[in-house]
Design a protein. Structure first.
Length: 81
């Protein structure tokens, strides 16, 4: 599941998110260590898609943040210059 990206009023900040295949219960489902490893793998896999997609715009991007949230959601925050 993917949410529509949200663009700030000044068009300098874009947020997007998708629901990954990580356990919705988080670390309590598989243990903290295993969950952390699963998150690392998920984010690495996502970066393999995200980074090439953003590469043509790298001179216009100030920062990119990717992180996991509750119920297996992965969030992306992009700030433009």
């Amino acid at each position: 599941m993917m949410r529509e990206p949200e663009i700030s009023g000044d068009s300098l900040h874009v947020e997007g998110s998708y629901r990954s295949n990580l356990p919705k219960e988080g670390a309590s489902a598989v243990g903290e260590y295993q969950y952390e490893e699963m998150v690392k793998k998920e984010l690495a896999s996502y970066h393999k898609v995200l980074d090439p997609a953003l590469a043509p715009y790298k001179d216009k991007i100030k920062s990119v943040g990717v992180y996991d949230g509750e119920k297996s959601w992965i969030y992306t925050d992009i700030t433009l210059k």
